[in-house]
Design a binder for this molecule. Structure first.
Ligand SMILES: O=C(O)c1ccccc1NCC(=O)[C@H](O)[C@H](O)COP(=O)(O)O
Length: 262
């Protein structure tokens, strides 16, 4: 069987987490000042009429596109996202494939009063403790990378810390084996993480299969306000957008212009 980039990301992630665990014990993370904090609710933020439903992402690079934006500062960008009406902000913390880090997450937390997602490939509950300790309100669980048992256990642990849980699926099989009451939001990733093809059909095909008690999120490949209007019509409440803003010289300005067209 061919090894995909996703396999490589997950393999590298397991090594990264083992190193982190050896360097900073879990009991130490639990003493970090940001760990003892109540989290902003993703659902409440998404439902607010004065916000757009956009979960705007800070993304320096990606496996599919290489370098996207190596210059814009995290605080300037995420503050701009918030000021433009984003419902939440997503910050990638993977260093090897996305050029992110946990310091970016804490820097974002310092300037935000809206929910903050740690965008990461979670393979171990230690990363969930880290997410809280470094300032996140939301964690992502990617069904493609996890068993049903892991999704159940990891989401229960995240809820016990007061975090919001966003589950990411790409097809019906993943959706059907991943629904637990400890999940707050379900995101349909329009990008196939194995071959990077992008199609909004995934969002349209799955929307009515997601129970209405979950916040419905459409993720990736969104570059046009018209697409958001169409996705809203079929039942999506939130929209994860990264590259479309980050590929510009001024992501904060780009979201402002985008929102004017909604
Ligand atoms: O973006 C990639 O190339 C990628 C490759 C492999 C795994 C994950 C990947 N992206 C993570 C994301 O989920 C996106 O950053 C996010 O949905 C925003 O997508 P976009 O608006 O298309 O930047």
């Amino acid at each position: 069987m061919n090894t995909t980039i996703l396999d490589k990301i997950v393999a590298k992630k397991k090594i990264e987490v083992a190193t982190a665990k050896a360097n900073v014990f879990l009991s130490e993370l639990e003493k970090y000042p940001l760990f003892d904090r109540s989290c902003y609710s993703l659902k409440e933020s998404v439902l607010r009429a004065d916000r757009t439903g956009i979960i705007a992402e800070y993304k320096r690079a990606s496996p599919s596109k290489g370098i996207i934006n190596a210059v814009s500062s995290v605080q300037e960008v995420v503050k701009g996202y918030q000021d433009a009406g984003a419902s939440a902000v997503s910050v990638l913390t993977d260093p090897d494939f996305f050029q992110g880090n946990l310091a970016d997450l804490t820097a974002a937390r310092e300037v935000l009063t809206i929910p903050l997602l740690r965008k990461e490939f979670v393979v171990d509950p230690y990363q969930i403790t880290e997410a809280k300790a470094y300032g996140a309100d939301i964690i992502l669980l990617i069904a493609t990378c996890l068993t049903s048992e892991e999704i159940n256990n990891f989401s229960s642990y995240a809820k016990s810390l007061g975090l919001n849980v966003l589950l990411e699926v790409h097809n019906e099989e993943e959706l059907n084996r991943s629904i637990f009451d400890t999940i707050d939001a379900i995101g349909v990733n329009n990008r196939n993480l194995k071959d990077f093809s992008v199609s909004l059909d995934h969002s349209y095909d799955l929307v009515n299969k997601i129970p209405d008690r979950f916040v419905k999120v459409s993720e990736s490949g969104i570059s046009d306000p018209t697409t958001i209007r169409a996705l809203k019509q079929v039942g999506y409440q939130a929209f994860l957008i990264g590259e479309n803003f980050m590929k510009t010289d001024n992501p904060a300005e780009a979201i402002k212009e985008f929102v004017k067209e909604l």
